[in-house]
Design a protein around this ligand. Structure first.
Ligand SMILES: CC(C)(COP(=O)(O)OP(=O)(O)OC[C@H]1O[C@@H](n2cnc3c(N)ncnc32)[C@H](O)[C@@H]1OP(=O)(O)O)[C@@H](O)C(=O)NCCC(=O)NCCS
Length: 153
């Protein structure tokens, strides 16, 4: 597997990047139809950058970045790995390449968000204003492997 510039790939791979957002971002809830993922890929490539995990011409996953605070802060968005390629270190390799890229671009800080509106973690359906630090300290997966437990290593 190699990590390459997604923007330098042919149109069919950009389409494959949009398909990953719809078909392989099942939980915690990604994109439902193709129009907005196509816009998402276009916008990421126009305003930011995106890196592709490639194996023999096949797009295994991709990661994008969104600059904030004049590029001192970068939001990691999105990150997706094809379901058939998971748990092989591809997500970790994409995050490492992302970190290297934003470091070159002057980043001091990386942020990311991950949703849970389908009851995947102990933070779902609770009052987050009641002892948030305690709830964060006790955060646990409820059995469906929420991506917040993905580790950069
Ligand atoms: C989250 C995601 C990108 C992980 O990609 P991946 O290629 O499977 O991750 P890696 O193989 O690099 O895993 C790195 C480590 O995290 C762990 N890990 C990965 N996903 C995990 C999960 N859902 N829950 C717990 N641990 C996880 C792996 O076991 C590995 O740990 P180890 O080295 O100690 O064994 C992938 O599952 C995905 O695309 N999910 C759907 C989209 C999504 O949720 N994106 C993030 C939304 S914010």
């Amino acid at each position: 597997m190699t990590v390459q510039d997604l923007g330098a790939q042919p149109a069919e791979l950009l389409e494959a990047a949009a398909v990953l957002l719809v078909d392989h971002f099942d939980e915690p809830g990604g994109w439902r139809e193709m129009r907005s993922p196509r816009e998402e890929v276009t916008n990421v490539l126009k305003e930011r950058f995106a890196l592709a995990a490639m194996e023999d011409g096949f797009l295994q996953g991709w990661i994008g970045g969104l600059p904030q605070y004049t590029g001192r802060v970068w939001e990691l968005h999105p990150l997706v790995v094809h379901r058939a390629c998971r748990l092989r270190g591809i997500g970790r390799a994409l995050v490492a390449a992302f970190e290297e890229e934003v470091r070159h671009r002057g980043a001091h800080t990386i942020t990311l968000g991950t949703d849970d509106h389908t009851g995947m973690t102990s933070l779902s359906a609770v009052d987050l204003y009641d002892d948030l630090p305690g709830k964060l300290a006790a955060l646990r997966d409820l059995g469906r492997k929420h991506p917040s437990f993905f580790t950069r290593g």
